[in-house]
Design a protein around this ligand. Structure first.
Ligand SMILES: [Zn+2]
Length: 449
């Protein structure tokens, strides 16, 4: 009896599977096909309107390369993975509004916010969203009532017969990367879980899901293990990649920041499985020496650069060699000590935004290094109360008073990964703008060895 029943059940199961397979086959034969999609992408442009010291980038050059890539392309979309704001005098002086105006000429198909897009306060972020002629999506930046700051958490782009769902995502570290004063009630909900919820909602309505993310390395890893997220276009890290990061089910791409590169990801998408069957990816260098700047973008860049030239294009000193960011960090610490008369200073490495180039130094170079309006904050603490990161290899008398200077951002974010790893220290002194302190230091030295 028992074996027979088992056989019957087994037979039924086989039959069911067979019928199912046939029905799926006929459905997929009717509708399934492989279609192509090309994703052009940028991240962390950081308001670098003009080319860098290494002759890469510049918004007008980037526009030319984007338009060249789009020529004759019927399956191209253009995405930006956040942090358009902050990084140059035009951004600092005009709170990035001109940069978003210029970026309208790029014609992004979708844009997600980065942490620095909050640097001028959330009200200005809202202005950016309203000014932008392209859609902004950010699924997990929400207020107390769980409303998203962007009008929509995701959107569906129709391109080459494909329905491409784009979900915006912000790093959970947002709270450490800005201040509560700038964020107001806006905060992130857990990025992976939030995106997962929207994937469930979007998958039936789309042929491919793309997560457009401004996230850190650990979060990139998490998305590379997340089901039904075949494509991740990432930003926040500025270092770019030689090859796409992949798993059998995922492709993650990101290019260098500051407009040095444009990414081009070509995909073959199977609409039946909603997955990628093959792809190629390359970062394209934006070479200012060989690219003809796009006239419309160049004209608008010139309008704004001319306005700030009076403030920033003054000779300051000479540098005998190029100083990498690690050495610029030391210069900033020396500048804080000089400005405040502190015993020690601490500079967060993430706050150093540029190298110091070799040759003639302009005030502009100081702005590029320190575009933030960070102030020099200081406090007086007993040796025993100093954070370990300050004590490390120094001879500290636990009973003695020491004056410690830090950027006000660090004072407000003492627990953040890149800062003091402590809490509760009161920095009540103020010695003016950190940028001014660095400018004074470099001006007084005349020659940087
Ligand atoms: Zn960022």
């Amino acid at each position: 009896m028992r074996p027979r029943r088992l056989r019957t059940v087994f037979g039924l199961t086989l039959l069911t599977v067979f019928q199912l397979a046939v029905s799926q086959l006929s459905v997929s034969q009717l509708t399934a096909e492989v279609r192509t999609l090309t994703i052009l992408h940028t991240n962390d442009l950081h308001s670098r309107l003009t080319p860098l010291a290494n002759h890469h980038g510049g918004f007008a050059n980037l526009a030319t390369v984007i338009r060249d890539q789009q020529k004759g392309c019927t399956d191209c979309i253009l995405l930006n993975a956040g942090d358009l704001a902050q990084g140059s005098p035009v951004s600092t002086i005009y709170k990035a509004a001109p940069v978003f105006e210029i970026a309208n000429l790029f014609g992004f198909d979708a844009f997600t916010l980065g942490n620095h897009d909050f640097d001028y306060g959330w009200q200005q972020t809202r202005n950016f969203i309203q000014m932008s002629k392209y859609p902004m999506v950010s699924a997990n930046v929400v207020d107390a009532q769980n409303h998203t700051l962007t009008p929509q958490p995701w959107l569906i782009l129709k391109v080459n017969g494909l329905r491409v769902g784009i979900i915006g995502a912000m790093t959970d570290n947002l709270r450490y990367l800005t201040t509560t004063a700038l964020l107001g009630e806006w905060h992130t909900t857990p990025v992976v879980e939030t995106v997962r919820r929207y994937v469930t909602e979007l998958r039936p309505q789309t042929d491919l899901i793309v997560v457009l993310a401004h996230i850190g390395p650990e979060e990139e890893k998490a998305f590379l293990a997340e089901p039904n997220v075949p494509v991740i276009v990432s930003g926040h890290l500025h270092n770019g990649m030689d090859h796409a990061q992949t798993t059998p089910d995922h492709i993650l791409v990101r290019v260098k920041g500051y407009g040095e590169q444009l990414g081009r990801l070509e995909l073959k998408v199977d609409t039946a499985t909603k997955s990628v069957t093959s792809f190629t990816w390359k970062p394209i260098l934006i070479d200012a020496d060989t690219t003809k700047p796009a006239p419309d973008v160049a004209a608008l860049v010139k309008v704004w650069e001319d306005k700030v030239a009076e403030v920033v294009d003054h000779p300051l000193a000479t540098a005998k060699r190029q100083l990498p960011k690690a050495e610029v960090r030391t210069l900033l610490e020396q500048a804080m000590i000089q400005a405040s008369g502190a015993d020690f200073a601490f500079m967060n490495s993430g706050g150093v935004r540029d190298i110091l180039p070799q040759g003639q130094l302009l005030v502009r170079h100081v702005w590029n290094i320190m575009p933030f309006d960070n102030r020099v904050s200081w406090g007086v603490f007993k040796g025993r109360d100093l954070p370990d990161i300050i004590k490390k290899d120094r001879q500290i008398d636990p009973e003695k008073d020491y004056k410690l200077a830090v950027p006000d951002f660090v004072a407000a974010n003492q627990e953040a990964p890149d800062t003091l790893h402590t809490k509760g220290l009161k920095f009540e002194g103020d010695s003016g703008l950190l940028r001014d302190a660095l400018e004074t230091l470099i001006r007084n030295r005349k020659v940087i060895e």
